[in-house]
Each structure stands twice: as structure tokens, then as C-alpha cells.
Design a protein around this ligand. Sequence first.
Ligand code: F6R
Length: 689
Amino acid sequence: MCGIVGYVGKKDSLQILFDGLTRLEYRGYDSSGIAFKNGAGIEIYKTSGKLKDLQKILPTPLPAITIGIGHTRWATHGAPSAANAHPHTVKGVSVVHNGIIENYRELRAELAAAGNVFSSQTDTEVVPQLIARYLDRGLPIDEAIRGAVAHLRGAYALGIIHEGTPDTLFAVCNDSPLVIGIGTDAQYIASDVAALLPYTKNFIHLEDRHMAVLRSSGVDLKHVESLETLPIEGKVVTNNWTPAMAEKQGYDHFMLKEIYEQPQGVMDTLREWTDDTNRLMDEMGMTGTIKDLRRLHIAACGTSYHAGLVGRYMIEKFVHMPVAVDIASEFRDMCPSISKGTVLITITQSGETADTLAAQREAKKKGARTLTICNVVGSTTTREADSVLYTRAGLEIGVVSTKAFTAQLAALSLLGIALGTRKGKLSDLEIQTLKAFLLDLPRLIRQALQTDGKVKEIARTLVGAKSMLYVGRGINYPIALEGALKMKELAYIHADGYPAGEVKHGPIALIEDGVPVVFLATIDGLHEKILSSIDEVKARGGRIIVVTDSPAAFHDKADDMIVVPSTHPALVPFVAVVPLQLLAYHVAVIKGCNVDQPRNLSKSIAVDDKCHNIVCSHSGYCRKSIACAVITPDEKKAIANRVVRLMRVSPWEQLSASSLLESSGQQLQKEVHQEQASKGLSTCFESPY
Ligand code: F6R
């Protein structure tokens, strides 16, 4: 949730840093700070509260600066206070940090024992302390940063300036995103491209364990362990998002603006491919895969998972091929068997969601081809997947996902048509009909947006609701889940989504007088079954809200009705979801909830649970650590052989790498650590300082 901005350039003002932080406000924060070089030393301004509080303590007029870093902090270690706000500065080294340094307690204790004094309670402060220690030992700044980073475990994106190094900004990251903005006479860093949209369209998404060295004239990339220079070619991506996307443009909230941007997002996603869906397969490099393709597996989280469920209906219909859909965290925990001919599709707005990324890595490791459907150019899933299909929803700022969802549906429908065509499952007539319906969707979504007034009226009657049900059938079932998720996360009303046929198997027990139940009842071959479910709920006093394209069929059953336009049965979710987004939005606004930053939520869940392997404190199945259960078999064998030789442990195959190492004693752990470090890998075992 924290935000980072950094700048190095000529004759510009502190305003750039401050404005960059303003564009990251949507991520949520409780304190902020800025540090910049003023010639001789570093000036630091920090405060708890909002950016307007920071503005009050900054010098006026804002001075011209050539280098600086800024941060918006969401307190994790230590209360929101000026002392705990970033940047943290020790002996002329100033650092901003996103993520969590998991071994900070040990590092802090060690540094404190050596006489270092801490001025905050944060995990971050160990970073400038360690850098300063290496500088004191006479190392140049890049080597001091390397030395410090070698001690860190956990997730970090770091921006660093040093008073003794003329106009150079350093950035390092590991499991926490950081972008480098490439300008002509100025270079930038940020935790999110939104901060930098007015200054550049060219970005490098910094890779794990890479160090960026930024000067006004350009950017160098190095490996953080070897400090070997890395090529920049192929790493710069162009992002065509505009600065206006980071502004509300007259709407009360980003979320409302983004709901209204859906016709555009769907059109922009479709436009690239609808004339020739065949080209899609070629450009994604999937042509060779299609012959042997037997099964698709989708993994995603939250709203993107719901898009995956809709995608399953579409693809199974168009391609006649089995599609499994999993919540990404479940996928990685279950370690599903991946047979030959499986493609794993990850769906993600941000491209940084830790669970989704871990699922993609897991599938890749098991030999699946991976395809990511993603909205952020150059993000981590897109860099790691074999193929990428971009959604063109534009920058989504509202924490709650809306326009990314319909753009994901657009991408999935294109994929379904492209695969169905190549597999010979769709006739020419079917393809032409589907494309005509697809191209009409922006108009139909605009029509669905006209339900806004009616939806707002219904919303007024729902503010007192304690619990709601959303019921759909077939392709509308995931839309019921999505409507319920929106109501939960925005208006904090307990809500569940159910398939219509399931209501009588349990949830009906919840129905009593006035409980609101939203039915997604568009006319298709299945609507008769929705009618019987409506009757069951009505008989028990439930309040019936129907979303339908055929009001005549429901007018004697519904207490309230929202009428959406008709479309092809496989494309109904595009229009059905719109009033549900609006309904949750209006209930939340009437209740006074913060719709752009709902409580306890953040836009991109890039930090993960700990590694599933005990003793390892990396994220997910980290694969970086010697102790990780999913370390490569060869690596494990090499370690095991040494342990077996030294300790006579057997049979080693049944033991995990970590338990082998645990039984090996400290000496071998140290040796293994050093050996791994020389290969650019880290281990769970502390390196000796
Ligand atoms: C819900 C919402 C979240 C995200 C989920 C996945 O409104 O925004 O459920 O959909 O965290 O995020 P991405 O799509 O970035 O992987």
C-alpha cells in the first residue's frame, strides 16, 4: 500500500516529487515524507497524516532540486508518526522502502549490539544502518548497497540517495514492484506507473535482485550481487496511459469513473484483434501449441477469478475443451497435476498479485505453457509468462476492480473465438455472428449504464440490509459471485453468490421477511429454473430484485426490476455486471463508506504469505532459498550428497532439503550459504557479517 517516488534531473522542482506522491494517494497511507539533496547535505521532511500535512512543513516556495525521494507510508512496524515515516536517514544515506524486511529484528539486535542507534520502530531503518556500516568500512556506495541487501530477507522495493554521491539515485527490489521512468534529462522511480504518467511513457519494470543506478543522463542496470552491468535493451516498455487517467475528471470517485469507462475498455481490448482473431494465436506464439492442446487451466484471485469462471463458460462453449478454474492460492497449494498439452492462463489486472504469480511459476515448473491476461504492460506476470494477452482497460485506480473485469471478459471471449476457430469448432457463420455481437458490446454497456438512476433508488432501500444473496445460473453464476463481492468489499454488507439450483440446498434457510435477493435472470434456455428459485424465495418473504433483459417474464414476481439490454447468451455478463457494480457503489456512498479505498483492502496484493516451507521466510514457494521444498531436484541432490557424505544421513530422498540441512549442523549451513551466494542465490541461513 505504501508509495515510492524518486527523481533525479536538471533544474526541476520538488513539486515533481510531491505531485508524484499525490498520484499515489489512492493506494492509502497514514504518513508521508520527502528527502532531497540541498547541495551540502540531505534535507528531510516527514509527518503523520495526509499530504496536505506534509505540504504545510515543506519550504515555500518549493525549492528547485536535482535529486530526491518521497514516500507515502501505511504503518506496519511502528505507529504512523513522523519518526516512523520514510525516508529513513542514517549518516547521509536516505532510504524509502515498500514491503517487509522479515529478518529485521535479528538485524536490528545485531546492529544495536554494535552500538548503532535507531530513531524509528520500523523494519526499514535497518537498511540505511547497514548501508552506512559498509560505507564506514570504506566501500563505495554501490558495494555498500550490495552488502546491505545481502542481509535482507523478505520483500522490498528500495529507493536510496546518498549525500556523498553526486546526483545518483539507486533502486533495488525483490518481490515488490518498482518501475523506472526514463526521461530525457531526468529519470524517475515509482512504486506504480500512475505516479509518473505526466513525465514519461517509457518504463523499466525493475527485476528482482537488479539494481538501477539513475543519473539525469540515463539509467544503468546491474545485478545486485555481482554488480555486473546488465543490458537495458529489451527492458524498456512503452505505456500509453495518459495523466488524465489518474484524475477523477469530474466524477465523485475513481470507481464511478471507471465503471463509466467500461465501454471504452472493452472496445480497446477487442479492437486490436476482432478483425483477425487468427493473428492473435500467432502473435501470442501459441500456434505450435494448439495441435496438442488438451486442457486449459485458469488461475486468478478475486474479481479476476470471477472473470476466469465466466471465461470457462465461454471457452467450453466455443472450443469444446475442458477448462478448470482455480483460485490462485488454492492452485499453488494443491499443486494440481499438469498433463502434457495443458496451458495455464493467469488473469490479473495488476500482473503483480503474489498468489497468481506463484501459480504461474508453479505451472511453468511443471511443464505447462503459460499465458497471462493482464492490464499492466511490463508487469511481472507478463515478463514471466510464455504468452501475453493484454487487456486495454487503462489505469485502474479504484481499489475495487470494475473496468478491468469487463476488459478481462473481452480478452477471454477473443481467446475463446480464436481457439474455437483454430480447433475447427466454430463455423464461419458462428464466428461472424459472435464478432458482430462483440463489437456491439460498448453500445450495450452504455445502455446498461443508463440503469444508474433506477439502481440508485434501489440502493437507498438497501443501506440497512445485514445480509444479501445474489443468484444466477450458468454464465450468470460468476456474475452473482462478483455482485456479492462488490457489495461486501464496498458497503460491508455480508453477501453471497449462489447458483439458482443450489439455493434450496441450504441458503434458503437464510431467507426471512425482507432479506434482499438479487436474481440475474436474463432470458436463455435456463430462465425457467430461475423462475422456480424466485418462487421459493418469495414464498419465504425474501425481497426479490431482478436484473433481466425481459421484464415481461418477471414483472409479477419482482419487487424491483433492473432492465439491461439483450445480447448473445455467451456475452450476457458484460451487461449484467454493470448494475451490480453500480448497486454496490451507491449503497456504499449512501452509507458513507470510502469507495475508492475500502477498509482493509489494497489495490495490489504483491506481498505474499511466508514460504510454505518451515524455516524459510521468503514468500510463497520461494525457490530462492536452499530450504525451499521446491528447490530443483539437482540442487537438492547436490546438497544431500554433501550431507550424506558428512553426516551419513540416509535415505535422503525422503527428507526435505531443509531438514537435511538442519541435521547437517551450522558449519555446513555456512558453507552452503556461501556456495549459493556465489551463484547469486540466497539461503535461509544468515551470512556471517
Ligand atoms: C476486487 C478486487 C480484487 C482483485 C484481486 C486480484 O474488487 O479488486 O479481488 O481482483 O486482488 O487482483 P489482480 O487482478 O490485480 O491480480
